[in-house]
Unconditional design. Structure first.
Length: 351
């Protein structure tokens, strides 16, 4: 093992203008841009296959993002995919470690990785660079109550135009995170037990229908990959953190159901899936006491039925999973209300 850390963390430098209070605003966090993670995966896999990244070298999410000129979200996805195919493994310390090739080098598209300059995979719109941060800040507070979201304060906080702030809010609206009231003011509704019950009820109606439509349209190997990821998570529960739980939720409820081919159905589902964003936050703030997440076994039941081409059984299992998830979500929300005390943000006003 070389021990060489090719992606060592760089010092964090505060960015942005000072707020009126004298406090520095945080550097915008980048959002996920479509297909960036696939291109990052291709490049890294090519480097591992060619030996440019030798066994034992470490890959850190932040340095991968910096090198490719992308956000940390697609960098995280690329590294997770490299782990799934056995090209890297999680390091005992931090990040991922390149593994020796166990067989023939994987077939990957030829990629020119010569030169020391950063590889810019694709430009990101300004709204994409701040979206994930805004989404997380808003959703994490809806466990505590409803908030008005003030567009011009949001723009000032991140140092962007109101047009950019409006685009972010429009995207949050599509995800069901924010709405407009009778006076056309943006607000984020509180995740009360009654509202959460409505969202789960809608999902229990819509998602099985989407699954039935999606099954004949699934990509080759999609069910097998889903099954393998869930079995790995079930076998190693102590290694499954909040981020991975969120990824497993998304793999089934977004990635697989998104193949249904019915845009109207998916648009209706998207407005109910603010819960997926909230659950990722809740998995971190209120993990299961013994590290075992019940939904993994429930997802596994769905995936195994799909692998056996039992589509109706899978749809029923998905419906039962969603009905059972309601109580767990409410319990987590109650714990967060008791234990979580986020600081104020100038663009969020409690209602």
């Amino acid at each position: 093992m070389s021990g060489r850390d090719v992606t060592r963390e760089a010092p964090t430098v505060s960015a942005g203008k000072a707020l009126p209070s004298g406090e520095r605003r945080p550097r915008p966090v980048a959002g996920i841009a479509p297909r960036l993670h696939e291109r990052a995966f291709d490049i890294l896999a090519s480097q591992i296959a060619s030996g440019a990244l030798a066994p034992g070298e470490r890959l850190l999410e932040s340095r991968v993002a910096e090198r490719f000129g992308i956000s940390r979200a697609p960098a995280r996805q690329a590294l997770a995919r490299l782990e799934r195919v056995g090209l890297v493994r999680r390091s005992e310390g931090h990040g991922f470690e390149v593994m020796p090739l166990a067989g023939p080098a994987p077939t990957v598209p030829p990629v020119d990785v010569s030169g020391a300059a950063p590889i810019q995979l694709a430009p990101e719109s300004t709204w994409q660079r701040i979206y994930a941060d805004v989404e997380q800040e808003v959703v994490s507070r809806t466990a505590l109550g409803a908030f008005r979201v003030v567009e011009n304060h949001l723009a000032a906080y991140y140092g962007v135009s109101r047009t950019v702030a409006r685009e972010v809010l429009s995207r949050l609206n599509q995800r069901g995170v924010v709405r407009k009231d009778a006076r056309l003011h943006w607000y984020a509704p509180a995740l009360t037990p009654a509202y959460v019950a409505e969202l789960f009820e809608m999902r229990a109606i819509l998602e099985p229908a989407a699954l039935r439509l999606a099954f004949p349209r699934l990509a080759p190997g999609q069910v097998a990959t889903l099954l393998a990821n869930l079995r790995d998570a079930a076998a190693h529960p102590d290694a499954v953190d909040g981020a991975r739980l969120g990824a497993l939720e998304t793999e089934l409820h977004v990635g697989l159901l998104g193949r249904c081919g019915n845009a109207t159905l998916m648009e209706a589902l998207a407005t109910c899936q603010t819960l997926l964003v909230a659950l990722t936050f809740l998995y971190v703030r209120a993990p299961q006491p013994h590290g075992r997440e019940p939904f993994i076994a429930e997802h596994l039941d769905v995936a195994e039925r799909l692998a056996a081409a039992d589509v109706e059984g899978a749809a029923n299992a998905l419906r039962d999973h969603l009905r059972g998830s309601f109580g767990r979500a409410v319990e987590r929300l109650d714990r967060v209300r008791r234990e979580f005390a986020p600081g104020p943000l100038p663009y969020l006003s409690p209602l």
